[in-house]
Design a protein around this ligand. Sequence first.
Ligand code: CP
Ligand code: NVA
Length: 300
Amino acid sequence: MAKSLLKLSDLSKAEVRAFLNKADQLKFEQKNGIKHKILEGKTLAMIFSKASTRTRVSFEVGMYQLGGHALFLSANDLQIGRGEPVEDTARVMFRYVDGIMIRTFKQQEVEDLAEFSGLPVINGLTDYAHPCQALADLMTIREQFAYLEGLNACFMGDGGNNTCNSFIVGCVLSDMNITVGCPKGYEPHPDVLKWAGDKVKISHDPKEAVKNADVVYTDVWASMGQEDQRKIRLEALKDYQVNMDLLKLASPDVIVQHCLPAHRGEELTAEVFDKHAKVIFDEAENRLHIQKAIMAILMG
Ligand code: CP
Ligand code: NVA
């Protein structure tokens, strides 16, 4: 098993399945009042350079439920925010804690933190990837359909964002078919396209992309750090909104996924959100169970 979770393409198919299976088990145990102190006495440092609701709360609650302690560290209040090298921060962390979760901009910072700390490092979102989210998405899809292999997934919207990059890799590692519906210039990261090869389909026609989809996934059109390009991005992506008309082309049993936070009236309509809210909030809940599985496996 990998030592850290930096990006999903570092994992094998069996490792992805191990995270999903562990999360299912921990969810069942939590719902049935079975307590487990797998991480008793252990500490997770959580470094945030961007805002968060789900990631922050689910890691903190998850760590508590596993018997350990989570430390919230805003990058603004750490010396790293004033230019202390990541190498030095990593070496110091190694002396204090048992694992690090980090949400930041550059993927390289996460990779460096893992290399220099020698600790299990969990990527809680970078501009490039959101692996914890993709694992929670796969867990949710498997709960709905009971299997993943052969399902048709469609990511609609900003194909180049972190959530889409990781979802593509997660689908390929789960033997799902994945199509990305996005405008020209909003395709997934070149490294992801190279890694996935002909296993990912890119379509610039939203109607073609959504055809027969069992899962339709969307995310915001302007991610954190892209606020200054918001107007341009909203204009470029407006034909890729997930609305009721578009969903008519998907499978009759389609489920809609959104990592949240959602912008109703932009990447999806309020009507679509409300109709699919149950599964979207299951997906948010599953962040807790998957984070617990990740920590139990990497830090246990
Ligand atoms: N989906 C997700 O990562 O949510 P937060 O930004 O609230 O953590
Ligand atoms: N793509 C979004 C995901 C938020 C969880 C962002 O990076 O802002």
